[in-house]
Ligand binder design. Sequence first.
Ligand code: SF4
Ligand code: SF4
Length: 506
Amino acid sequence: MAAAKFEVPKFREYPIIPNLQPDIMDSDGPFVAKSEHQTPLGFPGELVENWQEKAIAKMGDLLNKYRGLRLYMDICVKCGSCTDKCHYLQGTADPKNMPVARQDLMRQVYRRYFTVAGKFFPWLVGAKDLTEDVLHDWYNYYHQCSQCRRCSVFCPYGIDTAEISMAAREIMDSVGKGQKYCNEIIGKVFKVGNNLGLPGPALADTLESLEEDIETDTGVRVRLPLDVEGADILLVTPSADFFAEPHINGLIGYAKVFHEAGVSWTISSYASEGANFGMFIGSYENMRKISLRIREAAIRLKVKRIVIGECGHAWRVAYSFLNTLAGPFDFLDPNYPVPQHICEFTYDLIQQDKLTFDKSKNDHRVLTFHDSCNVARGAGMGGIPGGQFMIPREVIKAVCNHYYDMPPETIHDQTFCCGGGGGLLTDDLMEIRVKGALPRMEALKLVEEDYGVTHLAAICAICKSQFTKVLPYYGFKMDKVVSVHQLVSDAIILTRPGAPKLDEDE
Ligand code: SF4
Ligand code: SF4
């Protein structure tokens, strides 16, 4: 088991609500962004002098712009239905990690400045001034929310704490108190094209060496093309797919599927990132700027289709917002969805019997599947109700003989977050990440005991990275997590001839 500087939660016999421990997770929050991380995103470099005034003005802007936010501030009836639904409450026992309490951090300020009762009788309606203490709590507890939306599934009014958390982060950014991790990453996308800051030549080298690896393994040269003008498909995938385990095995899987489909495809060095951290910080402008890179790459490379790789929030942004942010995409082939998920792409081919698999290649694995929050509760797939749950599972079942779901109250739209989403995947938030993973780890333990499950498949880069890191804290091996297209890659039989070597191309 990995060593921790904090107490790792114990598996519970039943998922009971923990005894509350007020302020147990009180801290200064994640590292604060410095000026060099803030200014490229259009935010002040440090906390501005008149920050209270500016923050309230920004809040007023957001309340006018996002009518849902005002509604969420007004309609909570304190029914308590959401209180125990957050994985961070379950893992930390800090009452401020109850979704309703997290919302109240903003609601008390809203009432003070934007309601008549709160202006004149603040003590009667739980209204509070926006003080330094409140800002401290905002920064800390809005970075203990992975914006997973699980609580909203159980709220009779559909109050979306994720939206509130995004608004809070946007307000804090606007007065100069941003989070280093998210803002630094967004800056790298603007500068280099991806979260990692991986420049084009390094990316080209990586893709070439993957081609060599595949050829060594299979005897077939499968291309992983970069910046090929006129290719049919632009693949936009999280940059973790270019280097990290198990992500990279998924990328190899996509390449093999494209090869077998006989389609031409390319990655773009300009838009070499599927992730869009603009969503985590609630910044429409930054989310739009990142999305526009995909549009620009698609136009420059003259592709007909856009396919998104395995990344949860990238898929949410692409599926739910891409057209608004960067559309219209009327220059693409209307016969295909814009965009299309790689699982949809592979599933279509499976339906048409165009892929050949040897499922026994995965017989050393007994699988379960983790529904990633942003796919499960923020997107759809395949134009089928519940397609986002069915399609990845059907892909897994097409390539594996042994598959078992985790308990129903922990999957599909009730899935538990991996604990590292929403901009929390940083080492300075390790304690909350490990504690927040508890419910998912418990569900995994159950299927391990009941069915001998050996591997947890996922279609989200953040989930994969988070699991790799937190699994050992709960006594599991870190390589228990696999990419769905890694399973495809291991089972697929390459029937088409290999591509010519690069120098034979010309
Ligand atoms: S959105 Fe997710 S992380 Fe945030 S309060 Fe709700 S359940 Fe917790
Ligand atoms: S479930 Fe909804 S209405 Fe009930 S306390 Fe939670 S946020 Fe408020």
